[in-house]
Design a protein around this ligand. Structure first.
Ligand code: PLP
Length: 758
């Protein structure tokens, strides 16, 4: 958020009663103290929710440094807090959003419907982003609060806004229409309910369409023609070009995509420019996972919650999958009370689902195995046994995969956050495809966790993140001259480590007519890798002071032995860094960030946090002897074949192994090109089968390796754990003669990554 209101503006806009005036500007608003990382220039809105009351947290916000509060109840705060008292804090927030939105004349596209809103928003963004500077709702912010926060993200740097709007109660839409005032709209549709419910469906559409009362045009499917006509709203149905283009994308949600394409065509995008984008549309992270199943089935995995609201969304998704005529729902009731079961059954009865399986014991019906060419929804509570069962319905393209537990990563990030001072910023390193775990997905996760900065090693990595819609500031540690153009175009922030590099970068900025471009300065404190040393500083400051093209955001260095808390070298480096800080502050003034610590630094040297830290491996939970951290990776493969060999037979290249007795040897489809280091051959590598340890036999091959399974009854297709609950990544790294960092980043790209969310 980048607002620029004075406190007086705010009091005025909100028609609020105020205590003493707050001196600073208001640049952002917040309502959740857990997500406050910069308290400066922040207004805290104490909102009410069903479960909680924001007024309980005002002191917490105060302690984090917030001084400006908007409340509708009496609060006790120290004297230097500036408090605005309003009638109703949610209305005040919405009022602020409305006034803010009114400043901008550029188009606002609002998206509503009962499914696919976030998807439509992300797709429309991808289709338009080359021609427009777009502000869009963060994540799936579509509640009353979320819509207001989304609008507050609008600024003069943008020329188009895409806002997702959802309602949970009948009268909300009118309020939201007033605030959002959409110029254009996309209506994704609502799930088809039963005939006898036709009245309520009509009502439902009518309510949703209120959002578009004053819109110029709305993009929707033709089946909604009559409600649009009745509401006198201009509507555009997908034209032939939009329909043809939609065929290029691999998605079951064609109608949503057609609406987005029609909107993009309307906004002047050329079909040929959108073709390449359609071939790699972003998949939208949601609770629902859409999977390709065996036997041409499409699977909707939504095993998160079973309340009626979640159920309605999931059923709507199911029914929107037009290309599968058969719709099946599998609903696990084993964790529901009788009352809940009754409600669910009543609810489901309203929908034209071809077959509903209610599961009342922890076993799935065998007839489910026979289903072909259908859309199957698996709906269950979070702890359901079904989660594991879904594996058996998935088409298995790969026999080797790496599971990445996103919830563990978020927990780890929060663990580190709990070690930081409230105002310390957090930069997360996503270099090397986020340590091998997958670049874009991890960056999105970190963005959603509200981290302040992302860091990459090379400009290309940063460009990929921007292409995927990452909006956070991104620091590039190795910014080479050949990448300067991309850096500038994509608003990446280079780390500068010597004078020739800085001069060249300034040259590029002059060519692009840019001033005040953010850069970071790397200083040498003992690592002897990259960085300015003390002797270079005079030249550096001379250049910085003469050139308005660059704006130093931060100064940093890196500890060589942060994982050795007793090493005095750390303190030597920190001392040198403190001297740099003094000089930089004197020459460039306050307002710079300083950062020295990586993951183990954060744990071992809390006294050197300065104003920012750089978290890497710790996010994955891989710092030894840290009980607060959770392992986030698991690596599995399946047995390809089992052979029985006799005494005297040899195994693998070079006949490095000779059997001394009859043995059962299993071949695994995973070799050194997947990241199983060759040193793990000939018994050094240990994996787990059915929870029991197994050893490698013979040399590791490029794409395969062999293990001894003589003592374990098993068969082709059985799961083998490379890393997981039994085999820790530390064990495997040690056996491979390396460190976790190298192991993680050497897991080959061809190993499928699967992202879990619990
Ligand atoms: C990779 C990197 C980090 C993160 O290090 P971890 O040990 O993974 O936490 C921090 N700072 C710099 C400069 C890096 O290159």
């Amino acid at each position: 958020m980048n607002l620029n209101y004075t406190y007086a503006d705010l009091a005025d806009l909100l028609d609020a009663e105020q205590t003493q005036p707050y001196k600073g500007e208001i640049k952002a608003v917040a309502y959740d103290t857990r997500k406050i990382y910069h308290a400066e220039a922040l207004a805290f809105f104490a909102l009410h929710s069903e479960k909680d009351n924001g007024h309980k947290y005002v002191l917490d916000a105060y302690e984090k440094g917030v001084r400006c509060f908007v409340v509708d109840e009496r609060v006790e705060l120290p004297d230097d807090a500036c408090v605005l008292t309003v009638e109703d804090t949610l209305e005040a927030l919405q009022q602020l959003a409305k006034k803010h939105r009114e400043q901008f004349a550029y188009p606002v596209v609002a998206i509503t419907g009962s499914y696919g809103k976030t998807m439509a928003k992300e797709w429309l963004y991808s289709l338009l982003k080359d021609d427009y500077q777009i502000v869009r709702s963060p994540k799936s912010y579509n509640s009353q609060i979320g819509v207001a926060l989304s609008l507050l993200e609008m600024s003069h740097e943008h020329n188009l806004a895409i806002i997702e709007v959802g309602i949970s109660e009948p009268d909300e839409m009118e309020i939201l229409e007033d605030i959002v005032d959409p110029t254009l709209g996309i209506f994704t549709g609502i799930g088809a309910a039963h005939q006898e419910n036709f009245e309520s469906e009509k009502q439902h559409v009518k309510e949703k369409l209120k959002l578009f009362k004053h819109s110029n045009f709305v993009f929707a499917q033709e089946e909604y023609a009559s409600p649009f006509r009745r509401a006198k709203i201009n509507v555009e149905y997908p034209s032939t070009p939009a329909k043809e283009l939609a065929k290029l994308a691999a998605t079951p949600f064609k109608s949503t995509l057609e609406n987005c394409l029609e909107c993009a065509l309307f906004l002047g995008r050329q079909p040929e420019d959108m073709e390449p984008i359609l071939k790699q549309l972003p998949t939208v992270a949601s609770r629902m996972e859409i999977l390709i199943g065996k036997k041409d089935n499409v699977l909707i995995n939504d095993t998160y919650s079973l309340d009626l609201h979640a159920l309605e969304q999931a059923v709507n998704y199911l029914l929107s999958l037009k290309e599968k005529s058969q719709k099946i729902a599998v609903i696990d009731l084993t964790l529901s009370s009788e009352e809940e079961q009754r409600k669910i059954e009543q609810f489901i009865a309203n929908y034209p689902i071809d077959k509903v399986y209610y599961i009342r014991e922890e076993i799935l019906p065998e007839t489910l195995d026979l289903v072909e060419n259908a859309a199957i929804l698996f709906k269950a509570k979070r702890k359901s046994f079904i989660k594991k069962e879904i594996e058996n319905f998935k088409e298995k393209k790969h026999d080797t995969w790496l599971e990445i537990d996103q919830s563990a990563i978020l927990e780890n990030i929060n663990h580190f956050r709990s070690k930081l001072h409230p105002n310390t910023k957090l930069l997360c390193m996503v270099k090397a495809s986020s340590y091998g775990s997958g670049d874009v997905k991890m960056a999105h996760l970190m963005e959603s966790a509200g981290v302040d900065y992302l860091g990459v090693a090379y400009a290309d990595e940063g460009v990929d993140l921007r292409k995927a819609g990452i909006q956070s500031p991104i620091m590039v540690m190795n910014a080479s001259e050949s990448a300067f153009q991309e850096i500038i175009k994509n608003e990446l922030e280079p780390a500068i480590f010597d004078i020739p590099q800085l001069e060249a970068f300034i040259g590029s900025l002059i060519r692009f007519k840019k001033t005040n471009f953010p850069i970071h300065i790397k200083v040498e404190t003992g690592m002897n890798r990259l960085g300015f040393s003390e002797d270079d500083l005079d030249d550096l400051f001379e250049l910085l002071q003469a050139q308005p093209e660059v704006n130093v955001k931060s100064v940093y260095s890196h500890l060589a032995s942060s994982d050795h808390p007793s090493s005095t070298f750390n303190h030597k480096q920190a001392k040198r860094f403190a001297q740099y800080k003094e000089v930089f502050t004197e020459k460039l003034g306050g307002g710079l960030d300083f950062h020295l610590l990586n993951s183990s630094g954060i744990l071992n040297f809390p006294e050197y946090q300065y104003s920012m830290v750089r978290l890497g491996i710790g996010m994955y939970g891989y710092i030894e002897k840290q009980p607060g951290l959770k392992a986030s990776l698991a690596w599995y493969t399946r047995i390809s074949q089992i052979k029985i060999i006799q005494k005297g037979d040899t195994v693998g290249y070079g006949q490095n192994f000779t059997a001394e007795k009859e043995m059962h040897i299993a071949t695994l489809p995973i070799g050194y090109s997947d990241g199983i280091h060759r040193v793990l051959g000939n018994g050094k590598g240990e994996f787990f089968l059915q929870g029991k340890k197994v050893h490698t036999v013979g040399n590791i091959c490029m794409d395969m390796c062999m293990i001894d399974v003589s003592d374990i009854p098993c068969q082709k297709g059985d799961l083998v754990e490379i890393i997981g609950a039994n085999n820790t990544i530390f064990d495997l790294a040690k056996a491979s003669g390396t460190i976790v960092y190298e192991l993680m980043t050497s897991i080959s790209k061809r190993v499928e990554r699967i992202y879990l969310q619990n």
